[in-house]
Ligand binder design. Sequence first.
Ligand SMILES: [Zn+2]
Length: 309
Amino acid sequence: MLNKFRNIFFLSLLGGAIGIFSLSNVYAKEQLQIVTTQTIFADLVKQIGQDKVSVKAVASPKYNIHFIQPKPSDVRAVSNADLYVNGGLDLEAWSDPFLEAAGKPQLFRNGEKNVDLSQGIRLLKIPDHPLSRAEGDMHIFGNPHFQMSPDNAKVMVHTILEKLKEADPANVSFYEQNAKSFLTKLDEKISEWKKLCAHCSGQEIINYHDDIEYFADFLGLKAEQFLEPKPGIPPTPKHLAFLEDYIKEHHVKAIVLPTYYSRAEAEKLANKIGIKAVTICQGVGELPGTDDFFSFFDYNFQQISGALQ
Ligand SMILES: [Zn+2]
């Protein structure tokens, strides 16, 4: 009797497990499985794909995007992915070895399921000479932090839309409608942000790393001096002394940086001169209240607008 009960118990457990497995399988098949490098890309994919996509970003916005170490669960996710959405350039230098670990060639750089969001972006700061190590950790294709301009989202959404349509032809009109709604809202928000930050045009800021070139370009800001004396090199006392003179001479009102760089030097320098050190996020979800594309830019434009009053 006890044995019979055990068998029934085991069979019903197994049956339940099979039921759950097949249900999740059906659900998984209905949604495109998409892995992205950055959280802002994940949100753009979600805005267009909505309930037809399941999206996972590899890079936590709490960490410096240049130096992400993907986890085994990320490798598993990408080996099951229908599309891999990434920045394409050399900001995510960890991306190629990561894809190799997953071993799915269609997702590799230039593969048919690799969605390179740098396609069609007007790149800034393309080097005009061969780079050497003496110049620090330079980006060799031009500035790769292009996610920082809302204008570039228009290009990225187009690239995402085309790839979603290719991967899931049954839902072409759904994706097109979502992209259209997103772009209409984006145009409205761009006007709002430009108005909020109109007074920023022509002003100068100091940045930690050269990662807001596109944000500055969008607002007409000057951002040519950095806390890093060279890309990837932390601030030195000599360089901080130079910046102190520079800030006073050029009437700079703010030092900006994302959350993952050390704030100590930025705040010390800002306090010494009586200016502000403000956070400009690089990734969606970097701070509470920056959980999607629009709230991320709302936060950043409010920060810069307030700092440069
Ligand atoms: Zn960089």
